[in-house]
Design a protein around this ligand. Structure first.
Ligand code: UDP
Ligand code: MG
Length: 321
């Protein structure tokens, strides 16, 4: 069987109402496109009949639809990672199963990837989501942009994205838990671009993210990518200690001017307590910095990723073996 050129990775969690239309439309797009495609449906431990539907579809269209069944619910990003692992295409497009991103936009992404871009992001034109979901998404985007420093994209929430094979391999080499693929891909891609795509309302079913899940995601993102909060703690500690020292000086001056002032040293005690408190915060932050370093090392993310080596003459001795 010929290796597909484009892999379309779709995480599926309780999407039985969307699957038939999703498959129909995505298959139609695949048949229209010049490069050969495979559709990888990753069942993320669905409790409805999604899994059976995926298996049936894979049987009906072997080679074209690939079903990946996870043992239980691991979350959207873990499911996408599993899909990336299985994907064979030179280019990979990720997409949601709820048809909020029309599959008809896939050729546009593939075109950009063929032009030589490593990461193709998308901007949702007139986004169809609830106010709450939009606000949450805006917060995530803001934070990711701040964490990325330098090169960044305007919309990280839209999962209709395209990646070239070297970037997919780089992302797969990052073995850490709870990774945020769009951001990770950004840090390994050389040429990145963004294109506008249409956005629709969820065609059926409800969003799999509630308020709590979104907060958890945001928290994961922050603690997983940055030790900035720890540094803030150290900074806060120093500010508090400084305030304590200034307070002490003021108390000392006032008590020299008016001997009765100062409530017999109670205020001075306050100042000392504040200084100690600041010191404690600063110490905790410092300790945290070391834990942060351990965290970064334990994560074991590759420090660089070699895309290609040029000019090396292969050793005939080695290649014979
Ligand atoms: N999803 C998943 N596992 C989960 C939650 C969601 O695989 O634990 C999938 C879901 O089936 C959908 C995509 O991730 O294909 C995005 O989910 P959803 O549309 O509910 O998120 P939203 O559009 O609200 O961001
Ligand atoms: Mg959705």
């Amino acid at each position: 069987m010929k290796q597909p050129e484009v892999s379309i990775v779709i995480p599926v969690y309780n999407e039985e109402a969307n699957l038939p239309e999703l498959l129909r439309r995505t298959l139609a797009v695949c048949h229209q496109m010049k490069p050969s495609c495979e559709i990888i449906l990753v069942d993320d431990g669905s409790e409805d009949s999604s899994m059976e539907m995926i298996l049936a579809a894979a049987e009906e269209h072997p080679g074209e639809i690939v079903g990946v069944i996870l043992s239980t619910n691991f979350g959207q990003h873990a499911a996408v990672t599993a899909g990336l692992e299985v994907s064979q295409g030179k280019y990979v497009v990720t997409m949601d199963a709820d048809l909020q991103n029309p599959p008809e936009e896939i050729p546009k992404l593939v075109e950009k990837l063929e032009e030589g871009y490593d990461v193709v992001g998308t901007i949702r034109e007139n986004r169809q989501d609830t106010f709450f979901r939009k606000t949450a998404s805006r917060m995530v985007n803001f934070m990711v942009r701040k964490l990325c420093r330098g090169r960044t994209m305007s919309d990280y929430g839209c999962m209709l994205r395209g990646y070239a094979r070297p970037v997919v391999n780089a992302v797969l080499q990052c073995k850490e838990q709870g990774k945020f693929i769009p951001m990770l891909a950004m840090s390994y891609g050389r040429r990145v671009t963004e294109i506008p795509v249409k956005h629709a309302e969820r065609s059926a079913g409800t969003s799999k993210y509630n308020c709590w899940k979104l907060i958890a995601l945001q928290y994961d993102l922050l603690t997983g990518t940055s030790t900035f909060p720890l540094r803030m703690l150290t900074f806060l500690g120093f500010v508090i200690a400084l305030f304590g020292i200034l307070f002490g000086i003021v108390i000392f001056i006032l008590s020299q001017v008016d001997k009765d002032w100062g409530a017999e040293g109670v205020f001075a005690l306050f100042a000392i307590v504040i200084i100690l408190m600041g010191g404690q915060f600063a110490g905790m932050g410092l300790l945290g910095e070391y834990i942060g370093k351990i965290h970064l090392n334990a994560r074991g993310r590759p420090q660089y990723f070699i895309e290609k080596i040029a000019g090396r003459v292969p050793d005939p001795e080695k290649s014979r073996k």
